[in-house]
Design a binder for this molecule. Structure first.
Ligand code: ZN
Length: 303
């Protein structure tokens, strides 16, 4: 039993429409689901990804309108790394993002700050050309973002996490931890924090979810208990099932199943267009449709 890389990463935004313009419009990810936070249905939960929102490509945001900017740091994931197929892709993105985002280039990577300070790193990774991606009308296929291949996080003392990460099957690799194999693996880079206080808020990451095969999920609950973490029971999120716990460095982990996926309540070619509500919140639809700012298809201006 092993985890299969990243399932999704969830961050916080203060502005859903602008968030969709950036991650869907500028970065060319597909908005695959427009729903609400199941635990707080007054807040949007937006999902981006490849054309189907496959595990490993799902980047999600809780929207809290007007939320203050947070400060990423200790006990949090602080950066998301995506693969792109080539150095030429980095060149293209660097040019494409002029005037749209702050960027910083290294030979094999490009760091991108969105308008709320959330950091995305594009990494040139050979061999990922054939990996599924979003087919945005304005992003050439050869440059499109492929998968989330890692996250960076900060801890006061990263060694405190060693035993738990080992029991979850992460393998030490240099300064980081790797889980999964081949095309479905990812790196958890746990760095020592600078000691500054981190605060949750817009532009910070709420949690990272690691991918579990459906049939292993119950086993992961047992494994989490054996590892000594305080895990939630299995929670049904309609599109996947989830277990949550904090690893000893304070970072919120989720273990999420591959299935059933985002096409369970809308057609694959209509993903993300309508507001989808979980059954238990469907009675709130009228109220929510009045309250939530409309989020148009972020690819529409480019068609
Ligand atoms: Zn999650």
């Amino acid at each position: 039993m092993q985890l299969h890389g990243i399932h999704h990463v969830t961050a916080i935004t203060a502005d859903g429409p602008r968030n969709a313009e950036f991650y869907g419009g500028v970065l060319g990810l597909r908005l695959v689901k427009k729903t609400v936070n199941f635990d707080d249905p007054g807040a949007y939960h937006l999902y981006y990804g490849d054309d189907a929102g496959m595990p490993g490509t799902a980047l999600t945001f809780f929207e809290y309108p007007g939320a203050r900017l947070g400060r990423a740091g200790e006990g949090m994931v602080t950066r998301i790394d995506w693969s792109v197929p080539s150095v030429a892709a980095l060149d293209w993105w660097e040019r494409h993002l002029v005037g749209k985002a702050t960027t910083e280039r290294a030979p094999e990577s490009l760091d991108i700050w969105d308008h709320e300070g959330l950091v995305t790193r594009l990494v040139a990774a050979t061999g990922c050309e054939s990996v599924s991606h979003a087919h945005a009308p304005h992003v050439p296929d050869e440059y499109a973002l492929r998968r989330m291949i890692g996250v960076a996080a900060q801890a006061r003392d990263p060694h405190h996490s060693t035993a738990v990460l080992k029991s979850l099957g992460f393998q030490h690799q240099g300064d980081a931890w790797r889980t999964g194999s081949d095309s479905r693996s990812a790196v958890y880079g746990l760095e020592t924090s600078d000691g500054a206080i981190s605060t949750s808020g817009a532009g910070t990451i709420h949690h990272v979810a690691w991918a579990s095969l459906d049939e292993d999920h119950q086993g992961w609950l047992v494994r989490a208990a054996e590892a000594g973490v305080q895990a939630t029971p299995i929670v049904d999120r309609d599109y996947f099932r989830a277990i949550y716990f904090r690893e000893p460095s304070g970072v919120l982990f989720e273990l999420a199943t591959d299935g059933p996926g985002f096409a369970i309540d809308e057609e694959p070619d209509a993903l993300g267009l309508a507001l989808r509500l979980p059954r238990q919140h469907e009675h709130l639809r009228e109220l929510l449709e009045q309250r939530l700012a409309p989020i148009p298809d972020p690819w529409e201006p480019y068609r």
